[in-house]
Design a protein. Structure first.
Ligand code: SF4
Length: 186
């Protein structure tokens, strides 16, 4: 994991290392058992932008070298764009869209994905107010009867309030849990 002077670092306490160094140690521990999959849950949250970029580059190198699969859990679309091949978008504890990364950015199929992408500020555009999704996510112990996103969805219609949509095939490799994609209509 490119830790400088590992023979002395091995005896160091965590408070004697930088945040980036601690992250590398965590990564080293994770890959030391030669796993086939690494679950990286918000792996760069505490890092500044420069260290984050270095750490992600390091993870990518390790992934290629070891033939690892890495499952990123993140809310950062920059990481998704740079690191991922396939994306699963989750809402209210459920996958609502699954797609190859480029397809997701080019043609999001679920209204929640569309709204999330709209929420990313465009630094080239001057706006009075940034976009945000109205409403709040539902409590997981009291999910709405139909589609969980319906109370916040601009495309919601009567059927959405009654039945939770299954996953529909939208394009090769892309699926979305939204009644808009039900080819049988109804
Ligand atoms: S099923 Fe209906 S409410 Fe749910 S995301 Fe699709 S259009 Fe919106």
């Amino acid at each position: 994991m490119r830790i400088p002077a590992p023979e002395t670092r091995i005896d160091a306490f965590p408070h004697e290392m930088s945040g980036g160094m601690r992250q590398r140690v965590g990564g080293a521990i994770a890959v030391s058992g030669t796993p086939t999959i690494l679950i990286a849950d918000e792996p760069t949250t505490a890092l500044d932008a420069t260290v984050q970029a270095q750490y992600l580059s390091l993870l990518r190198d390790v992934q290629r070298r070891e033939g690892l699969a890495i499952l990123f859990v993140t809310h950062d679309f920059g990481i998704v764009a740079n690191m991922c091949d396939r994306v699963a978008v989750m809402y209210a504890g459920r996958i609502v869209e699954l797609a190859p990364v480029q397809q997701l950015f080019d043609s999001p199929a679920h209204p929640y994905t569309e709204a999330l992408l709209r929420s990313v500020p465009d630094l080239d555009v001057d706006v009075e107010r940034l976009y945000s999704i109205d409403g709040q996510p539902p409590a997981l112990h009291a999910l709405p009867k139909g589609c969980s996103f319906a109370p916040r969805c601009v495309d919601a219609h009567a059927r959405c309030m009654e039945r939770a949509p299954p996953m529909f095939e939208v394009a090769p490799g892309q699926r979305a849990a939204c009644w808009k994609h039900d080819k049988n209509g109804g």
